[in-house]
Design a protein. Structure first.
Length: 154
């Protein structure tokens, strides 16, 4: 489930930040980018809700699970990954909502400072980097994962 939620999140990220975002270009030319940002924010809100459910399920499991080699660390890392994904989703949702409300004001650069958009984008990039680091750790744990001998055999 975490993988599917990440794919949905990545689709929104790519829509907004991919260099080849044809949809964003068309929306901008047509003057409909605010609607696109609202749709993206709504999609991210649904992903956040689903991540909350997933985290509840992950937190509820553990004590009754069979003793799997490395299972506890794997579960803890999956929880950590889900939390990091949720933080990235929340930050991107906030960016989308602000862009939908007042893109020009949000992107405006006051004298001698940086725009609120750039500030939020830097925070978002930091959260994505953190998510990627945990993702690498999780991938390694999955590749090293060992089931106990005889587990799952009938």
């Amino acid at each position: 489930m975490a993988g599917a939620l990440h794919q949905r999140y990545a689709a929104v990220h790519d829509l907004l930040f991919s260099r080849a975002s044809y949809r964003l270009l068309l929306s901008t030319v047509a003057g409909r980018q605010a609607g696109m940002y609202r749709k993206a924010a709504a999609s991210l809100s649904r992903i956040d809700t689903d991540l909350g459910r997933l985290l509840g399920e992950l937190s509820a499991h553990g004590a009754d699970d069979p003793p799997l080699s490395g299972g506890a660390l794997l579960r803890e890392t999956l929880i950590e990954y889900s939390i990091a994904l949720r933080e990235s989703v929340a930050t991107l949702e906030r960016i989308c909502r602000r862009l939908a409300e007042d893109e020009r004001g949000y992107r405006a650069i006051p004298d001698g400072t940086t725009s609120e958009f750039n500030h939020d984008k830097i925070q978002y990039d930091d959260r994505r980097s953190h998510l990627e680091r945990i993702g690498v750790k999780l991938t390694k744990l999955f590749s090293d994962y060992q089931r106990p001998a005889g587990w799952g055999k009938k």
